[in-house]
Design a protein around this ligand. Sequence first.
Ligand SMILES: Cc1cc2nc3c(=O)[nH]c(=O)nc-3n(C[C@H](O)[C@H](O)[C@H](O)COP(=O)(O)OP(=O)(O)OC[C@H]3O[C@@H](n4cnc5c(N)ncnc54)[C@H](O)[C@@H]3O)c2cc1C
Length: 478
Amino acid sequence: MALMTADEYRAKLDDGRVVYYKGEKIKNVAVDPNLKACVDTMAVDYEMAHDPKYKDLALVEDPELGELVSRYYHKPKTAEDLLKAHELIVTSTAIADGYIPLAHDIGSDALNAITITAHMMGNQDYIDRAENFRKYMKKDDIAACAAVTCVKGDRMLRPSDPGQIHPDYYVRVVDKNSQGIVVRGAKVHITGAAYCQEIIAVPCRQMVEADADYAVAFAIPPNTKGITQIVRPFRSSLSSIEFPNERPMRMHTDSLIVFDDVFIPWDRVFLCGEWKFAATMVYNFALLHRRTGCAYRVPMSEHLLGLGKAIADYNGITNAPHVREKLTDLVIYLETLKALSKAACYDFVMHGDMAVPNPVTTNIAKYHFAHNYHDVVKVIEDLAGGLLVTAPTYKDYVNPETRGFIDKYLSAKKGVSTEQRLRMFDLIRRMTSADLETICLHGEGSPIAERMTIWMEAGKVMNECKKIVEEMAGISES
Ligand SMILES: Cc1cc2nc3c(=O)[nH]c(=O)nc-3n(C[C@H](O)[C@H](O)[C@H](O)COP(=O)(O)OP(=O)(O)OC[C@H]3O[C@@H](n4cnc5c(N)ncnc54)[C@H](O)[C@@H]3O)c2cc1C
């Protein structure tokens, strides 16, 4: 196999996988009228690889295979490698109107976390399995998701705590033999799982010895016996009351994945019982994936600034002092994210033979985005005014009995048509939905997870700063 085209990717999805959507079993996700929008979003990665305009960014010459492979599967060694990957995420997300395509990015975050952890363990078997798996991913241009978050049950109880209602809230090993292991449990919110080719599962928390059966990482195709996915409802098209738009609908959906005694061959197992390394693996994944999160939020933040500026202009209020203040806040929000996410690449650290973005800066960038997101949405909603929720619909606009009134009374600034204003309200509603608010808050981990990592990683710098002031105060030892 070599690089796939978007159509080859789509064709491979008709493989008997078990996926439910709104109570119905989906026959083929690639052509299903709803899921197709998600598949087309993931396909953007494959389209870019064949587009002369983006090819150099999307692909790299792989020294091992001697052929072009997705840049995502290339191990970063330098700041430049990290910056190129950053640029690829930003560019592909911009092409997909604010949705990261997800074919290779999140899967490569999981793959890199597995590789780094195998090296930290010094376990040659795991190192070889991870390298072989990477070779297969590169060669066959595999689309993969990362299944990290377990359903967890009572959050305050450990996976193996007898107080949990049942023992399967975290994915665990229930059997093993000379061929492989059998896993049971469920992962939740797994983006792209219904339309990828590999599910890469890693633990979602630190474990103690009693949790050893839950310290498990593996990769498995979604059509494997025993895997059932239930995807959440989402909007796959514009509604009939919104202004029609020729642009393709971009979307992702997230799966509840049930592993009902699923067999995993040993060559696809990357952690099995080494409970001390469960935290290492999830830490590595979170760091790499938060970097991905910071990058794809750059175009998203540009869109938010664009919405604020556009609706302020359309309403004629841009030069009011409080509006200038608010738009300045949106600029600061965007530029801080851009600067931090790039700085994390320049100030990288080496984990084994791989360059990873600076942990403190990455977590601050992700925290900055998530923590301030709702304030940004508040600014846009404020500048838009109440018509955001009370404006007449497209159907009223095209009805000749009401159009004249709408055109006359809902225009605002000279030079901006009523239709332009109403279209912008439609877009703001779509781009500030509750779904997006939740993904911005919890995607790549809840804000407290970022703060905990910052605290953990900042010990050295805090002590260095303390030492400086102690010296200034004439304190030689503390
Ligand atoms: C749209 C979307 C897409 C996602 N995509 C993926 C994906 O592709 N792959 C993947 O693996 N995950 C994915 N996630 C999961 C994401 O990482 C989690 O949502 C996040 O880690 C929070 O976990 P949770 O949703 O289970 O919330 P919970 O863990 O239930 O958190 C709810 C609240 O409880 C707090 N809390 C939880 N446990 C404790 C505790 N022990 N002590 C104190 N406070 C606690 C949290 O801080 C938070 O405030 C996605 C999430 C969303 C919303």
